[in-house]
Design a protein around this ligand. Structure first.
Ligand code: TPP
Length: 330
């Protein structure tokens, strides 16, 4: 039986689209959803902080396009794109942002705690680096169960400055776990560039290879390229049951947090922002998609967005009694 990859599922809206068109669909869908979040944020009905991935979508889509539906993904504070690319339910995500009972965490988690177990998006938390060891533990559990599932953990370059990152790599290498570490290097941790946080000319991937973990550096913020490279990585991780470290260079256009206008705070140069915008992953792939398909895809996405935001807005808030549900007691 063919194992299920999101792109193999022959149902609308992907029906009859080529792989390139599906990748375009996925990447522009995430962009449009986050643009809508940015647009409505000033209405003050979304009360949690939001960390938008606008500009970075190619990583999430390229990586997740190579995973099976049964594979499992973890993320951090900048998680919307990962959740959506892995197949997370849009209504549940938007409801969570609005703090509603119908949200994926019952409205108690907000943007930075998305989860959708059914689609294999297991967890995300805002403490930088904190989901890395959890993902490694998840991978160990899968290995013991012999279920051949891959675990994939997304994190930013800031997470390389946490202790758990090193402990997690070490354990994954020692126990030979099928886990993919995906570092999305957008060059900044909040307002601090890499140059003030890490040694000059550091080659990030060497940290992993020094532990005998195979590494791949993907320089281009290009969804097709990332998808092709990741196919090789996931096949190898599944076959060899060994960890892999992938570094993807990318860039966010918005501020670290919230829908703030690009470069409002001026800690990045306009020339740097313009350089990356010229390589915008959506512009690059869109050139190769026909007008008809683009229109159809954009219309589908608009309908889906309208539906999800209406659903979230109409949904009830959790009750006072819900506050004490799903808590652990000792
Ligand atoms: C342990 C910890 N330290 C500091 C913070 C504050 N903080 C939130 S996001 C962030 C930046 C993280 O940068 P990076 O990991 O590169 O991810 P990006 O925001 O660029 O996607 C920081 C320092 C935190 N949440 N957790």
């Amino acid at each position: 039986m063919e194992e299920k990859n999101k792109f193999n599922i022959k149902k609308s809206p992907y029906k009859n689209l080529s792989k390139k068109e599906k990748l375009f669909y996925e990447i522009i869908r995430i962009r449009r959803i986050e643009e809508e979040i940015a647009k409505v944020y000033s209405e003050q009905e979304i009360r949690c902080p939001v960390h938008l991935s606008i500009g970075q979508e190619a990583c999430a889509v390229g990586v997740c396009s190579s995973l099976l539906s049964s594979d499992e993904v973890f993320s951090g504070h900048r998680n919307h794109a990962h959740y959506l690319a892995k197949g997370g339910d849009l209504r549940l995500m938007i409801s969570e942002l609005y703090g509603k009972k119908t949200g994926c965490c019952g409205g108690k988690g907000g943007s930075m705690h998305l989860t959708d177990i059914n689609s294999g998006f297991i967890a995300s938390t805002p403490i930088v680096g904190s989901t890395i060891p959890i993902a490694v533990g998840n991978s160990l559990a899968n290995k013991l169960k012999k279920n051949r599932k891959i675990t994939c953990i997304f994190f930013g370059d800031g997470a390389l400055e946490t202790g758990v990152f090193y402990e997690s790599l070490n354990l994954a290498a020692t126990m030979e776990l099928p886990v993919i570490f995906v570092c999305e290097n957008n060059l900044y941790s909040v307002y601090s560039p890499l140059s003030v946080r890490q040694p000059k000319n550091r080659r990030i991937e060497l940290t992993a290879s020094s532990l005998n973990i195979k590494t791949k550096v993907i320089e281009d913020n290009n969804v097709e390229k990332i998808s092709d490279e990741m196919k090789i990585v996931t096949n190898e991780v599944r076959e060899r049951e060994q960890p892999y470290f992938v570094l993807i260079n990318t860039y966010r256009y918005k501020e670290h947090c919230g829908p703030g206008e690009d470069n409002f705070l001026k800690y990045r140069s306009n020339s740097e922002i313009n350089f990356w915008k010229k390589l915008d992953p959506i512009k690059v792939i869109q050139k190769e998609i026909s007008e008809d398909i683009i229109l159809k895809i954009e219309n589908n996405i608009q309908d889906e967005i309208l539906d999800a935001f209406n659903y979230a807005k109409k949904s009830p808030f959790p009750s006072e009694r819900d506050a004490s549900k799903n808590l652990f007691t000792f």
